[in-house]
Every structure is written in structure tokens, then in C-alpha cells.
Design a protein around this ligand. Structure first.
Ligand code: HMG
Ligand code: MG
Length: 307
């Protein structure tokens, strides 16, 4: 039953990351045709932003080595944004060649993750992103800046808020139009989310450009999302079926499942444009391809009901 709560946005844009963040951690190679079909089904379920793949070094993320093959297979998909991850100018060159219009760079709030994920210090990675963002913006592309380890880091523990705010501000100053705050290992709780959002606002980063990217390791992803919505955030990252993790942060379990998010938003009367039944069917289909059931409680509840 729909019971709206006061003070929440009327509409939320879901930034679907299943085809990128969800699949990047899978050890068995998913055929490129299956990836293309997954993206198509996600778009067909009403998702308007479907992150498609990453133009990273194929040795670092072998699962996404087929990016240049996949992206052209999606050319006929209209009315849906298909952003891709790009860490450096080499990645940007590869993306530009294929006509990509939206990219995301991905920074870290901690030194250990920057070293493991990008082979750079935090400041060296910002220097690596600088020409990428500048060139992309000049070419009229949309640039998102991910920031990982915003609340906790598996090697460094709790991450000081000031450290997060500094790198977030640096990404915005480089020219990132949108910032996605990653709780990569899923340790945050709602008070921390509120505090970081207020800290970012105080540093001049407006809520309108902030998205949130929660992982559900400790079962906090929806509570954290609600805290962010109450603060005015309207962009929420999620992964169909709760797929994912991060190849360079072993303690990162699945992302917030898109179905769990849509169930909550539907109940609150918040528009997403997503058809939950079609999305659930997509995740069940993908789970069959991967050979194991979706960890999403909503997918399990709804697909069980259908049987
Ligand atoms: P590096 O080894 O330092 O690279 O890796 P390099 O700059 O020294 O270059 C070495 C060689 O790699 C060169 O080739 C380059 O051309 C080639 P050579 O001249 O030796 O023949 N190369 C490339 N080839 C293809 N595409 C490229 C590329 N770049 C260089 N883009 C690098 C540095 C950044 C490339 C590497 O560390 C990398 O690819 N990292 C990506 C890791 C990744 O994708 N992690 C997962 C995404 S982050 C995440 O999931 C978190 C997030 O979801 C949010 C959250 O939950 O927190 C976003
Ligand atoms: Mg993630």
C-alpha cells in the first residue's frame, strides 16, 4: 500500500549499475550477448540510466574486457543514458571512439583503495582524472565522479569526514557535474550519511549534484538511502538483483538491490518510472545465467510469489 511520508522528493532517478558494478566481480566470463540483453532488459523495465561497462585496463577487470564490443551493440537503445567508467585518457580515447556521451571517473577517499584500485595515490589519481574530465566536458560529455570508501575502508577503518569532503570537493572542482558517494563496504549508518551530506553542503557541494551508492553488507543500505532522501538527494545508485561487489575491495558485498529500492520508493509514492515486475523478471533471468539465486529479498519474495 502506498503511504507517502512528508519531506521526501516526488521523484528519484535510479542510476542502475548492475551491468557494470554488478558484473565486474563475476569470475566466470559472462558472454557479451548476455550483457547486451541484460542492459536492454534493464532499459525495458523503465530504468533511464544504465551504466553499461568500464573502459579500464582489461587485466585489472577481465570481466569488462569486452567493453568495445558491447557498447556498439547498444547503439539502437534510445531514451536511455548508458554511462561508462573511464579512469584515464587511454580509457577516454577508447570511449570517444565509440561515441560514448557520459562517463564516470572513480576516485577514492582513502590512500589504500586508491593504490589498489588505480595504482595511484589519491592526489595522483586526481591528476590522472584532470585531463579526462577537461577533455570530456569540452566535448560536451556528462561527467560523474564516483568517490569510494566514503565511510569505511577495509584496510584503514573509519574514514574521517574531512578526508572525504576534501576529495569530493576536488572532484567537483575538476568539473564533475555529479558526485556519487560510495559506501563501498557497506558499513555506514544513517547518522553518518546525514553528517557527510551536511559536511559536503558546508564545503559548497550542493545536494542537487550528489548521488548515493550504498552497499548492503550490514543491511543498512535502505536506511541510509532514506536518510539521504530526507536530506534532499534524488539520485540513488542500485544494482539489479543486488549483484556486485568490487574486485579491489574483497569485503564489499552486493550493492543495494534495485528491486529493494523500488519496493521502498513505490511504497512511499515516489516516482521512479520502473516496472518492478519487469525488473524482477530481468534479475531472475540474470540469476539463471549466473547460476545462483539473486540475494535481493524483494526479488526472492516476488519471484517466489509467482510460482
Ligand atoms: P596502471 O597499470 O598504472 O596503468 O593502471 P598505466 O597507466 O601504467 O598503463 C599501463 C598499460 O596499460 C599501458 O599499456 C596502457 O596503455 C594500458 P602499455 O603501454 O604498457 O602497452 N592502459 C589501458 N588499456 C586499456 N584501457 C585503459 C588503459 N589504461 C592504461 N583505460 C589503471 C592504472 C587506472 C589503468 C588501472 O588501475 C585500472 O584499470 N583500474 C581500474 C580498476 C577498476 O575498474 N575497479 C573497479 C571500479 S571502482 C568501483 O567499483 C567502485 C564504485 O562502484 C563505487 C563504490 O562502490 O565505491 C565505482
Ligand atoms: Mg559499488
Amino acid at each position: 500500500m502506498r503511504v507517502p511520508a512528508p519531506g521526501l522528493p516526488a521523484r528519484v532517478r535510479i542510476h542502475e549499475v548492475g551491468a557494470r558494478d554488478g558484473l565486474q566481480n563475476e569470475s566466470a566470463t559472462v558472454p557479451v550477448e548476455v550483457k547486451a540483453e541484460f542492459v536492454r532488459r534493464l532499459a525495458g523495465a523503465g530504468l533511464t540510466t544504465v551504466e553499461a561497462t568500464s573502459f579500464v585496463h582489461p587485466k585489472w577487470v577481465p570481466q569488462l574486457a569486452d567493453a568495445a564490443e558491447l557498447y556498439p551493440m547498444l547503439k539502437d537503445l534510445t531514451g536511455v543514458d548508458l554511462p561508462v567508467l573511464v579512469p584515464n585518457e587511454r580509457g577516454l580515447d577508447r570511449a570517444v571512439e565509440l561515441g560514448v556521451r557520459r562517463i564516470a571517473v572513480f576516485g577514492s577517499a582513502t590512500e589504500t583503495f586508491a593504490a589498489r584500485n588505480l595504482n595511484r595515490t589519491v592526489d595522483e589519481s586526481l591528476a590522472m582524472f584532470e585531463p579526462v574530465v577537461a577533455r570530456a566536458r569540452e566535448a560536451g560529455m556528462h561527467v560523474r565522479g564516483y568517490l569510494s570508501m566514503c565511510f569505511g575502508d577495509p584496510w584503514e577503518g573509519a574514514v574521517p569526514e574531512a578526508q572525504v569532503v576534501r576529495v569530493a570537493k576536488a572532484l567537483v572542482d575538476l568539473g564533475c557535474e555529479e558526485l556519487s558517494l560510495g559506501d563501498t563496504i557497506g558499513v555506514a549508518t544513517p547518522g553518518q550519511v546525514r553528517s557527510l551530506l551536511a559536511g559536503l553542503n558546508a564545503a559548497g557541494v550542493e545536494t542537487g549534484r550528489i548521488g548515493v551508492h550504498f552497499h548492503d553488507t550490514y543491511g543498512q543500505a535502505l536506511s541510509n538511502t532514506l536518510a539521504a532522501l530526507e536530506h534532499g538527494v534524488t539520485t540513488v545508485d542500485a544494482s539489479a538483483g543486488g549483484l556486485g561487489g568490487c574486485p579491489y575491495a574483497k569485503s564489499a558485498t552486493g550493492n543495494l538491490a534495485t528491486e529493494d529500492l523500488v519496493w521502498m520508493l513505490d511504497g512511499l509514492g515516489i516516482e521512479t518510472g520502473v516496472d518492478l515486475a519487469a525488473l524482477t523478471a530481468t534479475s531472475v533471468w540474470m540469476a539463471d545465467r549466473l547460476g545462483r539465486p539473486s540475494p535481493s529479498r524483494t526479488v526472492r519474495a516476488l519471484s517466489h510469489k509467482e510460482q
